[in-house]
Design a protein around this ligand. Structure first.
Ligand SMILES: Nc1ncnc2c1ncn2[C@@H]1O[C@H](COP(=O)(O)OP(=O)(O)OP(=O)(O)O)[C@@H](O)[C@H]1O
Ligand SMILES: [Mg+2]
Length: 263
């Protein structure tokens, strides 16, 4: 197998990148896919959300960028088929280093050695369109954009799409927009539905049918160091991420079939 590499990206903060990274990764693993989650955000929320304290120097995704073999950095999680490369305390310095000496291919190179060991590699990225996110997009086959069902949700999306186009035109022609996930959906308000409709109109066929509801279990789970499915499997948040994983896997299978027909 060769892993499909997916970056979770949105330069806006607090939109559900990390929550989606952890819970989509865990859901895919529960559906018996072998999954690696790479925490590529200096905040380290994907690491702490899975119960890992930020490792010391030379033990996380910064070390991967510096040439440490990926398999030496991988940690096991409570979810049998989910593994993680956490963020070390040292990742924060990467943005500055990459600013001084731009380099876009390092993450992809770092992951190449373990591509055959996973079905999916998910990358959680920081709330910025800086060099760290550009490395994530250069490493990825597709980008998934979490977007809250809020007013101004579409703000900044044009910038993100322009960035995706530039990466496609430059270092990574195979990058695709995998889809937009509507997060923090509040079923009780009309605003949520109106925003969802607006996003679907702006990006026909690119918005996942599955909406992630605003659900307190999703916010609580990280403080227990667990994906929501291992904290409260029956919660609406947990079920929504399992639905999203199913929907996304089916979409991937359909795309693969189309590519084959086209070939
Ligand atoms: N569907 C949801 N329901 C309730 N709370 C949520 C939901 N999704 C995310 N949250 C909470 O909202 C906050 C922001 O979510 P998250 O950390 O996933 O966003 P992010 O885009 O990764 O943020 P950052 O840009 O800082 O990395 C967190 O406290 C998280 O627990
Ligand atoms: Mg985050």
């Amino acid at each position: 197998m060769t892993a499909r590499v997916v970056a979770l990206a949105n330069q806006k903060g607090g939109v559900g990148k990390t929550t989606t990274a952890i819970n989509l990764a865990a859901s895919l693993a529960m559906l018996e896919k072998m999954v690696l989650l790479v925490d590529f955000d200096p905040q380290g929320h994907s690491s702490t959300g899975l119960g890992f304290a930020k490792p010391d120097h030379n033990a996380g995704s910064y070390a991967l960028m510096k040439g440490a073999p990926a398999h030496t950095l991988v940690l096991r999680t409570e979810v049998p088929m989910l593994q993680v490369i956490p963020t070390g305390k040292d990742l924060a310095q990467l943005e500055f280093e990459l600013f001084e000496m731009p380099q876009l291919q390092e993450l992809r190179k770092g992951l190449d050695a373990v591509m055959d060991e996973y079905d999916y590699i998910l990358i959680d990225s920081p709330p910025a369109l800086g060099m760290i996110t550009l490395n994530a997009l250069t490493a990825a086959d597709e980008v998934i954009v979490p977007m809250p069902c809020e007013f101004f949700a579409l703000d900044g999306l044009a910038e993100l799409m322009e960035t995706v186009r530039r990466i496609q035109a430059g270092p990574n022609p195979k990058l695709q927009l995998g889809g937009i996930v509507l997060t923090m959906a509040d079923e009780r308000t009309n605003l949520g539905s109106a925003v969802a409709q607006e996003v679907r109109t702006a990006f026909p066929d690119k918005v996942f049918q599955t909406r992630i509801p605003r659900n307190v279990r999703l916010a609580e789970a990280p403080s227990h160091g667990k994906p929501v499915a291992f904290y409260d499997l029956k919660s609406k948040g947990s079920q929504a991420y399992i639905d999203l994983a199913r929907e996304w896997m089916e979409m991937g299978a359909a795309n693969a079939a189309m590519t084959k027909e086209g070939a």
